[in-house]
Design a protein around this ligand. Structure first.
Ligand SMILES: [Zn+2]
Length: 283
């Protein structure tokens, strides 16, 4: 189970309508929404991995302490939510490093995992994996092995695996969940897909990864996805559809999901798969 900890105004699909300079003056809802998620996870005795945006950690360090204190894993979601392929390698290095250090200072524990804003590690930005390995990240969960206008490496390996970065450094990659059906890959990883598709479809797709592929899957959600009362941002039809559809149904669906499947942190799951050692290094 993974949560990308960011506010509704950080989201890539609303980025055209929300200027970064306005972030600090907007009504922030990330603290309350994350606490709501923490209470739901507590109810189902689930621990997950929280990929935290550096910007959020800087504004609300106590929130990060609260997440860690409940036994969840803290991982890194970059600093400013800029897409990787819109950054230079130097900018990416600076932001990933800044965010990792910030999170480690707050929690006092090493941050092992990274997830890029809007899954923006694609073929032309695979260089980012070199920088992540250099900074001491041992796993990444940013690659979506599907076709999409903003992200995706369509033919990428679907299972969690150890791989070599372009410069030959080892890193573990856990791609976002896809189900395979009649030769097609169906994104069932969570987020917008979880809200747009009916629950039975997500359940079927995720169960097929467990039963047919015999392995765990990585699921994601954002705190703003269980907040139907968040301020509405005027934007394009497509962005409205992606961001606002079924926000009111998401919390109930999440509870059904937590009842139907067993979840853990990314780190623990990778340890169980034999891809990470107990000390957090790559096997
Ligand atoms: Zn994000």
């Amino acid at each position: 189970m993974s949560v990308d900890v960011e506010d509704y105004f950080h989201v890539a699909s609303l980025a055209q309508s929300i200027h970064r300079d306005s972030w600090t003056s907007r009504e922030s809802r990330v603290v309350d929404n994350t606490h709501k998620l923490l209470a739901i996870f507590e109810q189902f005795d689930v621990r997950g991995t929280f990929f935290v945006l550096g910007w959020v950690a800087e504004q609300y360090p106590q929130l990060i302490k609260d997440i860690a204190a409940r036994g969840h894993e803290i991982a890194c979601h970059g600093y400013s939510h800029r897409l990787v392929y819109e950054q230079s390698p130097e900018q990416f290095h600076e932001e990933a490093n800044r965010s990792k250090k910030l999170l480690e200072d707050i929690t006092g524990s090493a941050v092992l995992g990274y997830r890029a804003a809007s899954y923006s590690i694609v073929r032309r930005s695979l260089w980012a994996l070199d920088i992540l390995a250099e900074l001491g990240f041992v796993y990444d969960s940013s690659i979506f092995p599907v076709h999409h206008d903003r992200y995706g490496i369509p033919n990428f390996e679907r299972a969690p695996h150890r791989m070599s970065t372009p410069n030959g450094k080892p890193i573990v990659e856990w791609p976002l969940a896809t189900a395979e059906f009649l030769g097609c890959r169906l994104p069932v990883a969570g987020g917008g897909y979880f809200r747009l598709f009916p629950y039975w479809f997500s359940r079927w797709g995720l169960a097929s990864i467990n039963r047919r592929d015999l392995r765990p899957f990585v699921f994601y959600l954002h705190p703003w996805e269980i907040d139907p009362l968040q301020p509405r941002v005027p934007t394009s039809w497509l962005s409205q559809f992606r961001h606002y559809t079924n926000l009111g149904k998401c919390e109930e669906r999440l509870k059904r999901l937590l009842d139907d499947f067993q979840f853990g942190t990314v780190r623990n799951s990778l340890e169980k798969l034999g891809l990470l050692s107990g000390s957090g290094s790559i096997r």
